[in-house]
Design a protein around this ligand. Structure first.
Ligand code: AKB
Length: 321
């Protein structure tokens, strides 16, 4: 009877919980979800209050399982977007804490989703799962993945847990391996691909950028608009069309710091750059340069809209405003 009421209630309206909504992707994705499902139906949450308030908002530490359970239960949550994680560069400064937040946090979400009858879960994976044994060009969906960072290790393990929960408990978990995400709306924090956002702010503010990666280091990237659209398209796809239950390869473009610098310089002629690679260079070198995302294209119709030129134009136009 209780189960019946529960599933009946959940078929009436979506109630979404986003965990880690203050981050680079969460800030933008939560707004899009609110447009789609209605403001009151998307509960944002993080361990700190956001800079700009976004009601309804709750303080949640994903490691506090009891509190998380009562929130999922009391709000009759039907979908969870679990975005809370420490990224590649910051993760290396505290591997134990990174493992705890990234891994235990995900396990709490998966476990409670089964217990509380949550219909769908989104888990962001990353290009950080790739490593020195992974083919660097056109990286296939299935290959050898031996990541070198604790962030990458937590993401590949997380992917396996998602597939396990899908197979064992029929939990509808969906996931994307995000490349570096570039957007004007929010700032990334603690990642290796952060340079590709910082460079725009520096170009417009001071006209100079000290780049922490070397000039010729190519990495896969995606513009925020494409990343958000991909996430929503994946979450709305028919469950039968999803053939990958670990995480989908996905890419918008690939470029080096030298290449993005010259596109920006075309638009801001006095812009200068100096390459000062630090510990993040080694992380970037362990990742791949370009990605084969044909599974995402075939299964749910993925197609990026932005290449390097179009992205730079849009970024500069928005940041100038
Ligand atoms: C990072 O650089 O750590 C992230 C990522 C690629 O997941 N942006």
């Amino acid at each position: 009877m209780v189960l019946f009421l529960c599933s009946e209630r959940k078929s009436m309206a979506e109630k979404i919980l986003m965990i880690g909504s203050n981050g680079q992707i969460g800030t933008v994705l939560s707004k899009e979800l609110r447009k789609k499902y209605g403001g009151d139906n998307v509960i944002c949450s993080d361990i700190r209050e956001p800079i700009k308030s976004a009601d309804p908002f709750l303080i949640i530490d994903v490691l506090d399982k009891a509190k998380l359970q009562s929130i999922i239960h009391d709000h009759s949550i039907t979908q969870i977007y679990h975005l809370a994680a420490l990224l590649s560069a910051k993760g290396e400064q505290n591997p134990e804490l990174t493992w705890k937040i990234n891994m235990q946090g995900l396990l709490n979400v998966l476990d409670l989703s089964v217990q509380e009858n949550v219909k769908k879960v989104f888990f962001p994976s990353s290009i950080a799962i790739y490593g020195p044994t992974t083919p660097k060009i056109n990286t296939p969906q299935y290959a050898s993945f031996q990541p070198t960072t604790i962030y990458g290790i937590s993401k590949i393990a997380g992917e396996m847990w998602c597939e396990y929960y899908y197979k064992r408990y029929k939990l509808d978990v969906r996931s994307i391996r995000y490349p570096g995400v570039i957007g004007w709306q929010s700032l990334p924090e603690g990642g290796t691909t952060d340079y590709a956002v910082e460079i725009f702010h520096a170009a417009l503010k001071s006209g100079h950028y000290d780049c922490f990666l070397a000039e010729h280091t190519a990495l896969p990237m995606i513009y925020m608009d494409d990343a958000i659209r991909a996430t929503l398209e994946l979450m709305e796809a028919n469950a039968e069309s999803i053939t990958v239950r670990t995480s989908y390869n996905l890419v918008g473009m690939s470029f080096t710091p030298g290449e993005i610098y010259s596109v920006i310089k075309n638009k801001i002629p006095n812009f200068t750059i100096q390459y000062k690679p630090d510990f993040r260079q080694k992380i970037a070198e362990s990742w791949t340069e370009s990605i084969d995302d044909s599974y995402a294209r075939k299964d749910w119709g993925w197609k990026p809209n932005y290449d390097l030129d179009k992205m730079c134009e849009d970024m500069i136009a928005h940041l100038k405003q």
